[in-house]
Design a protein around this ligand. Structure first.
Ligand code: NI
Length: 185
C-alpha cells in the first residue's frame, strides 16, 4: 500500500524515533509498504517518520544508480533499529541532497565519507559494518530522520537564509509534487 509522505512541519519529523521490539506488529507489511511508497515517489531512501511513525525503520534502494555504480545493482535493503556507532571524520565530502519530505529543495551537504553502523536486517539478523560510498551518504541522511533532523539543518546559515522562503512555503503547505503527501497543519 502506498502511504502519504509527511511534509516538513509535521511534528513527527522532529521527534526522536525509538527502537522497535522484534515482535513489532506487522513489521513485514510496514517494510513492504515503505518500499512501495519509496519506489512510487522515486526516492532512494525513506525513514519511518516520513510516513508518520516515530520508529527506527529505514528502507534504501540504490538500484537506480547501478549505471554509475555497478556495485549497487539490485540493491534494496531495510534497516531496523539502525545506529551510527562510529564516524570516521578524517574525510568529508559535499554532495547535493534532496528529501521527499522537502519537495523542491536541493542543497549541498557536507558529511563524513565513512561510518560504522549497527542494525538488524529484515530477517532480524544483526550487522555491524563500516560503510562508505554513496550508501554511507544515503544512510546518514535517512538516519538523521530518526533523530528528528532533516538535511537543511546541516547546510550553512547563508544557504539556509537563501532558501528561507522555500522552507516557509513548505511549512505553510505550499507543496508541488506528484506523490501523495500529508501536509503540515
Ligand atoms: Ni529525507
Amino acid at each position: 500500500m502506498i502511504l502519504p509522505i509527511y511534509i516538513l512541519g509535521q511534528p513527527v519529523l522532529r521527534q526522536q524515533a525509538q527502537d522497535i521490539p522484534a515482535d513489532y506488529p506487522d513489521l513485514k507489511q510496514l517494510i513492504a509498504d515503505m518500499f512501495e511508497t519509496m519506489y512510487r515517489s522515486n526516492g532512494v531512501g525513506l525513514a519511518a517518520p516520513q510516513i508518520g511513525k516515530p520508529i527506527r525503520v529505514v528502507v534504501i534502494t540504490l538500484d537506480c544508480l547501478a549505471e554509475d555504480f555497478p556495485e549497487y545493482k539490485g540493491f534494496n535493503a531495510a534497516y531496523i533499529n539502525p545506529h551510527i556507532v562510529e564516524v570516521d571524520d578524517t574525510e568529508t565530502e559535499v554532495l547535493e541532497e534532496g528529501c521527499l519530505s522537502l519537495p523542491g529543495i536541493h542543497e549541498p551537504v557536507r558529511r563524513p565519507k565513512r561510518i560504522r553502523v549497527q542494525w538488524l536486517d529484515e530477517d532480524l539478523q544483526s550487522h555491524d559494518e563500516w560503510v562508505d560510498g554513496y550508501l554511507a551518504r544515503v544512510m546518514q541522511h535517512e538516519f538523521d530522520h530518526l533523530e528528528g533532523k532533516v538535511f537543511t539543518d546541516r547546510i550553512s546559515p547563508l544557504r539556509r537564509q537563501l532558501i528561507k522562503r522555500k522552507l516557509q512555503a513548505l511549512l505553510h503547505g505550499q507543496v508541488s509534487c506528484d506523490y501523495k503527501v500529508k501536509l503540515p497543519r
